[in-house]
Design a protein around this ligand. Sequence first.
Ligand SMILES: [Fe+2]
Ligand SMILES: [Fe+2]
Length: 387
Amino acid sequence: MAWSSGTSVKTLKAGVTVLARHPAGGLADDLSGRLRGLQDRMLAIAPTIDRIACTRYDPTTDLLKTFVNSTRSGEAIADDACTLATSSALQALAQGGGVRVIQDIPATVQGTREHSRWLRRQGYGSSLTVPMQDNSAFIGFIVYDSLQRNAFTATLQRDLELFSNLINITISSVYAAVRSLRASAAVAQDFVRLRDYETGSHLDRVAHDCRLIAKNLAQPLGLRDAFIEQLFLYATLHDIRKIGIPDAILLKEGNLTPEERQVIQTHGPLGLQILEKVIGKHALRDLPDSTLMRNIVDGHHERLDGSGYPLGLRGEAIPLEARIVAVADVFDASTCRRPYRQPQAIEAGLAELEHQAAGGLVDSLVVAALTRQRADVEAIRQRFQDD
Ligand SMILES: [Fe+2]
Ligand SMILES: [Fe+2]
């Protein structure tokens, strides 16, 4: 499944090999450890339960995907995803609440629909399904399966009701933390747009280019939907640290002095303080959203050969999200109008990126992903034009 994490080795055009680290995958990664701990404890005290799974519902695709799965045998069930529309019983449960108990799966589940066939294939005797809610919206199910028929006695159902509430609260607390972080980030984005060193259109184009690149790399790099969504949301904050840099330096025409370049490269402390306030001190700090936001802000001027700033990181040490924003930012900077430079055509901008990739500065996989989508790159520029 796409939730798993890992690394894969990628060879760049220039012969530089980058370990394409799979980035933090959002809620699933953040929660899975805690939930698996809870589930394992429940398996230990309820001997008739053989599997506990949490599925997450995505309203945009109607997909239910299993994101935490504990089994007594320790075997993970692969490719466990279905759409809510394929089961009217699950739809009713999602809308109406309550629980669904199937005491004899082989005898009761007869349908030919995807979900029924899946249930029979697993070989379980009985199951209990409990919907989860967050902010009054359906967010997924907790599914308990037993190899035995009639395993879900009234007593066990009562115990599992309490346990399900605990899981639901755990998940909701993380959802609430992400909502809070995103609300603060939205305020920070408004600040960035107010500061007139770059146009709002630049930020929109960079965010859309980043999403285009990430979607194109999703399959080969195993990127998750959550990562792509976070990248799109936070790419607009990439230069938040510039907020504190004086206009005289930021908008200067002509060459910067070494001192001025130093100010740009270390970025202003004011922007950093804003970022710290957005990320907060407690629960928000550990969220994958926070990590990704910080990686974008800190890493988008790093270059694969170590020639970037502020830390001079090399290759695999630069998070993928920062490598993607770097390419989108360089590309848009070269193809849009600046006080000190005439814009290049899209072709020339892409050629410039390929040149930089060949020189080992930027990630050639990322550049290739952008280049492959020439028509979409053009459409983004049509949609978000400078005033
Ligand atoms: Fe920047
Ligand atoms: Fe930028």
